[in-house]
Design a protein around this ligand. Structure first.
Ligand code: PGA
Length: 236
């Protein structure tokens, strides 16, 4: 594993965007696995800048996002589809028809999960998966559990996740209790993994995830089994 510690959030964003840019340059028709949250915002800003400067071409790229809140339509400002459209897709020359986010309003989320897995399989898997990490060790919305779940599935969010994400909603009660998340199979089968984390509150969970035992109660610990993981951490 390549574990990089940087001093600032800007540096984290620059390094992460350079890694994603290299992937796009080396394989213009690659499949990028993308993530939401506060951490990737800087990374997406730099990617948008590179694209605007004509240094990067996303026209051949397909993207698959990790997760979505259950019950939120893509037009809802806190939906992850909306986040991606606003913070990245509208700022780069990706074909919007080749951007995929699981649907949180599908009538049957399990069926939606199966279809999402088939979609990823049909694309030939993910070339580079970008991940954040939750304070509880989640990746995507794979919350601590007694087992690792392979398939894309509906998940009840942990209290700590709801609390962490309440900052984006007008009150904690408005945070959806359920979500749909890509499962561990598609994540672990990605050819490359790039995990980014920012802030002192992520230090302890990173230590557990990468230096502790592989344990479904610390979902990110499964990444220890992946042959090509880069972690970039900025404490500030
Ligand atoms: P954050 O979220 O980037 O907003 O800290 C990370 C995550 O929950 O995966």
């Amino acid at each position: 594993m390549n574990y990089i510690v940087v001093d600032t959030y800007e540096e984290l964003g620059k390094k992460a965007s350079n890694i994603i840019a290299s992937q796009v340059i080396m394989k213009p028709n690659c499949v990028l696995g993308l993530a939401t949250g506060s951490t990737p915002l800087g990374t997406y800003k730099y990617l948008a800048e590179m694209c605007a400067a004509g240094e990067l071409d996303f026209s051949g790229v397909t993207s698959v996002n990790l997760d979505e809140y259950a019950g939120l339509d893509g037009s809802h400002e806190q939906s992850y589809r909306y986040f991606m459209d606003t913070n990245l897709f509208s700022k780069i020359n990706i074909d919007r028809d080749k951007t995929f986010v699981p649907s949180g309003i599908a009538e049957d989320l399990e069926k939606e999960g199966q279809e999402y897995d088939r979609l990823i399989e049909g694309l030939g898997g993910i070339d580079l998966q970008l991940l954040g990490i939750g304070v509880d060790g989640h990746i995507g919305f794979n919350e601590p559990d007694s087992v690792f779940t392979a398939e894309t599935h509906a998940v009840e969010l942990d209290e700590s996740t709801i609390e962490a994400n309440a900052r984006f909603f007008s009150s904690k009660d408005e945070v959806p209790r359920w979500a749909i998340t890509m499962g561990m199979k598609s994540i672990i089968q990605a050819k490359k993994i790039l995990l980014i984390a920012n802030g002192q509150n992520k230090k302890a969970i990173l230590e557990k995830a990468f230096n502790g035992p592989v344990d479904p109660m610390v979902p990110a610990s499964i990444l220890q089994l992946h042959p090509d993981v880069t972690v970039i951490f900025s404490e500030n």
